[in-house]
Design a protein around this ligand. Structure first.
Ligand SMILES: [Zn+2]
Length: 361
């Protein structure tokens, strides 16, 4: 039984204060602590914080976003064909043409790499794209350039084993340019989080002889509180104990690493990511981060599956405060503003066709 293998841990704590907003009377607030079923990463939900959410997340200032986009468009190296003059190229033995171009997507190396492989991908020719207007064909091309790089890295015996495809969108999410772009990063060592989940997935597999990610999917479909739906081979759900605001995870139950991906996987990922961004847009959100994780390229022991994690970040408005403080950065705890079981409703509405929304699919 999956329920004997995976536990959705919840723990209630009481915090007691004399509250000046209640005539200094004794005020007991109940906090719900959750733990991620694989990593144990904690999150905390205080229902009373929901009333204060506007202090944490001010509304997106769309006129400010448009103004900033207009200002930055003039010198944007991803706009028009400026990337042809202004972006670096890979050595010809890795990429004969220097850059990988598919449709409007172009992948080229970051001039200041933060990893052995650090590619930047132009996601479409449009400089400013509101979250509701991302287009799945454009996003699919961006994913496809990244996977082409993965295949080239393998074919040329580059020694790169671990790759992730990531996105920062707009300043509050850490992006230094407004133009939509992805980043492919990796090397001969896995990143901390990837190494952690690969190790924990392997331990789980050794203990149960089953894959954690497929078990999680089966359990979430049964519980049906956080399962959202599928886009082709990709299955989407809200995280029980999120590691970021409004976290949505996509699982590819048949894929362990990027070299196994086919066009169906790419199309499903792009379509699902675009739906999640549409869901965020409906919630008034203007920024996001995502990471798509792969197991070691060309290797599989059955314990790991490719997953994508999408989170929202602080909205764009003047004088915003960051949404990450010591709680997230140094204590590795996340604050839940909207419980995943409530948040999931924003996405279920976008998985309208019964086939995609059904846990049977
Ligand atoms: Zn641009």
């Amino acid at each position: 039984m999956v329920t004997e293998k995976i536990r959705f841990f919840k723990h209630i704590q009481k915090s007691v204060i004399h509250n000046p907003m209640m005539n200094n009377e004794l005020d007991t607030q109940e906090l719900e602590i959750r733990k991620d079923p694989l990593t144990g990463a904690q999150s905390v939900f205080n229902p009373r914080l929901a009333d204060k959410a506007t202090i944490f997340f001010g509304k997106s200032d769309t006129s400010l976003i448009k103004r900033l986009a207009k200002q930055s468009q003039v010198n944007c190296f991803l706009c028009e064909d400026r990337w042809k003059r202004l972006t670096p190229t890979y050595p010809a033995d890795l990429i004969p043409e220097g850059r990988i171009q598919i449709g409007q997507a172009v992948l080229f190396p970051n001039i200041f790499p933060a990893a052995q492989i650090h590619g930047v991908v132009r996601v479409g020719e449009k400089h400013h794209v509101p979250l509701a207007e991302f287009d799945s064909a454009t996003v699919a091309d961006a994913f496809e350039t990244s996977l082409t790089l993965a295949r080239r890295l393998k074919a040329t015996n580059s020694g790169v084993k671990f790759l992730t495809i990531n996105g920062n969108y707009l300043g509050p999410a850490g992006a230094s340019i407004a133009h939509p772009h992805f980043q492919v990063v990796g090397g001969d060592l896995p990143f901390t989080y990837l190494e952690n989940i690969m190790n924990l997935s392997r331990k789980y597999f050794q203990r149960h002889q089953t894959c954690f990610w497929n078990d999680l999917l089966e359990l979430e479909k049964t519980v049906n509180e956080r399962y959202i739906g599928s886009t082709g081979p990709v299955k989407w759900l809200a995280s029980f104990s999120p590691s970021g605001a409004n976290e949505v995870i996509g699982i590819l139950p048949e894929r362990s690493h990027f070299l196994e991906f086919d066009q169906n996987d790419v199309a499903g990922l792009a379509r699902g990511l675009v739906k999640v961004l549409g869901g965020y847009a409906g919630m008034g959100i203007s920024t996001f981060n995502f990471s798509l994780y792969s197991g070691a390229l060309g290797e599989t022991d059955g314990s790991f599956r490719c997953i994508i994690r999408v989170i929202s970040r602080q909205n764009v408005y003047e004088n915003y405060r960051t949404d990450d403080y010591f709680l997230q950065k140094l204590l590795d705890n996340e604050l839940i503003i909207t419980p995943p079981e409530i948040m999931v409703k924003n996405f279920r509405a976008l998985w309208k066709t019964p086939a995609e929304a059904s846990p049977e699919s």
